[in-house]
Design a protein around this ligand. Structure first.
Ligand code: HEC
Ligand code: HEC
Length: 172
């Protein structure tokens, strides 16, 4: 009730939103939920190599957002990475893979809760395809908001989540 009421106010026409408007709108929507859930931040990437190499084109996504098998699949084909060549030398690739899987949703950084709805034979390559991510955004963000020129893509978390770099996707 809370969010649907706010949503109709905040997302009437995404084209009219300024990027500051989007940030403020998200902040306003998120504050109550974050309090209700404790507002715990996601564990951010603390490894310098991962920060540098995986934060060059987009934010270095928190490893706890995907399961081990997803990180393995992503790291196994960096030369064909969502249309980009993100290939690294073997030593760096192994270092990053080890870090990501040690902190994956089903490992150290994780919460197995994030795997709910993912069949064991499925290997999502995107956080934005994970059922938990879809649940969190369904009804909260209009599909057109993701296409706003200042957002461009669902994968551009930082466009809306100002505190994302510090692990805050709730209240910042
Ligand atoms: C177009 C803006 C937008 C983009 C892009 C976006 N989000 Fe969100 N996100 C939201 C909104 C709005 C909510 C709902 C906030 C609420 O319910 O309080 C939300 C909720 C969330 C939540 C739940 C927070 C909570 O405490 O309830 C998480 C986690 C999250 N987003 C992660 C991500 C990640 C990771 C990405 C990038 C892969 C991303 N989001 C991209 C707008 C966005
Ligand atoms: C050369 C640029 C580049 C580098 C470097 C790069 N990526 Fe990406 N990555 C992309 C692009 C482009 C996308 C697709 C973004 C979109 O859909 O808007 C993407 C998407 C992703 C996604 C899926 C996001 C979603 O939609 O949920 C993950 C996960 C990811 N990258 C992980 C990594 C990891 C791990 C590294 C470090 C080894 C890395 N990336 C390095 C360009 C890059």
């Amino acid at each position: 009730m809370r969010t649907s009421r706010l949503r109709s106010v905040l997302w009437p026409a995404s084209a009219a939103l300024t990027s500051a408007g989007i940030v403020l709108a998200v902040g306003a929507l998120m504050a109550p939920r974050a309090v209700a859930e404790g507002g715990a931040p996601f564990a951010v990437v603390t490894d310098k190599t991962v920060q540098t190499e995986c934060g060059a084109c987009h934010m270095a996504y928190p490893p706890g957002m995907l399961p081990t098998r997803s990180w393995q699949a992503i790291m196994g084909k960096l030369d064909d990475h969502f249309g980009e060549n993100a290939a690294l030398d073997a030593k760096t690739t192994k270092h990053i893979t080890d870090y990501l899987i040690a902190n994956a949703a089903d490992a150290g950084g994780g919460s197995a809760r994030r795997l709910r709805g993912v069949a064991s034979d499925q290997t999502p390559l995107r956080i934005t395809e994970m059922p938990w991510w879809i649940r969190e955004h369904r009804g909260e963000v209009s599909p057109s908001a993701f296409k706003d020129p200042r957002v461009k893509s669902k994968a551009n978390c930082v466009a809306c989540h100002r505190g994302a770099a510090k692990g805050y996707f709730g209240d910042d």
